[in-house]
Design a protein around this ligand. Sequence first.
Ligand code: HEC
Ligand code: HEC
Length: 346
Amino acid sequence: MKIKLSIYFLIFIITAFVLISGTSNVNENPTPLPFIIPKGWPVPSRNIFEKNRLTEEGFQLGKKLFYDGRLSKDGEISCGSCHQQFSAFSTYDHDLSHGINNLLTTRNAPALINLAWMNELHWDGGINHLEVQPLSPITAPNEMGEKLENVLNKLRNDSIYPRMFKAAFKDTSISIPKMLKAIAQFTGNLISSNSRYDKFKRGEATFTTYELTGYKIFKANCASCHKEPLFTDNSFRNNGQQLNRFKDYGRQIITSKQEDSLKFKVPTLRNAALTFPYMHDGHLYSLYEVIDHYRSGIDTTQKTLDPLLKKKIEISNTDKMNLILFLNTLIDSSFINNPRFSFKIK
Ligand code: HEC
Ligand code: HEC
């Protein structure tokens, strides 16, 4: 990791030098892209775009990079192969996702939703900024397995990228920091805020009585961790699952603190109906199984089990159905079908 970071730093210095020495050829200014906070939502506690001015050209470049397999060693695996739009940018139907040479990851690919509100990324919070996040999958041997200098060479020798980097950053030089900025402009704009739940909250749609009951059950049993409107409070908690075959202790791996053993990031439940399988290792295949976990599967012997889950959660079979009907109102079809986020071949 140290080596990776220092390469990153070196490239950053070189880019800064090139910029300062005024080799850039400025003619057209990129189009500013406003970051719109949905009505009633909190302002992100940190502005991840503070040093990364959002522009339409930056976003489009980020999108192209997100869907480009050439960021991987064998040219086959793009970010989008593990983060598929139709399943809210998670991996559809796979507990673990496949990297190069069909190697498996040890965790389930989370949905990419409303990341601008998330200060710590990955199930264990091991990444603290959206802009550096891609370094992890690009270089991980079981994900994209590529060296950064190879990525740079591929981008520099491409017929389209130099033009796109110039449009986004006003100079033709291609660097890793700029690539990371562009990817963050894309991933940070994956905002899902137009589900039926949102329309209900805005007074534009109604809920059935089943959905209303499900919402009540949700507020009573789930909302303290899966906090509205993001459906996560972005904390790390132990929700009572067994230690898995990879001996994944979650947050403890990052903090080395015993008290963080088996704590994982509370995931958003927006679009959850589309993001199965569930949990950090994808071992639960349906929302029914998830609710059964909360009703009867919690391992209460764990020392770090969240206090909120120490008391048994009682949900009747009828209410389990109502709760699922409520969770289905979090499906945002305008998000999963938004052509702005889609891969298209030009
Ligand atoms: C081989 C599959 C795979 C590829 C390729 C991949 N990811 Fe991921 N992604 C994952 C997995 C698995 C995780 C969870 C990692 C963890 O928790 O340790 C993840 C986590 C993330 C997260 C954190 C989300 C959160 O809620 O914390 C972001 C953001 C992300 N990936 C973006 C990207 C980008 C951008 C790329 C391309 C540069 C990419 N991913 C490539 C599988 C993949
Ligand atoms: C004490 C906090 C807490 C409470 C209460 C809670 N959850 Fe969770 N939930 C979590 C954590 C932490 C995870 C991630 C655990 C993991 O991956 O190992 C999670 C994961 C999930 C997932 C998987 C999502 C995904 O993308 O993989 C679903 C679905 C879910 N919870 C639904 C519910 C429902 C429904 C309730 C109420 C019956 C509930 N949760 C109550 C903390 C909580």
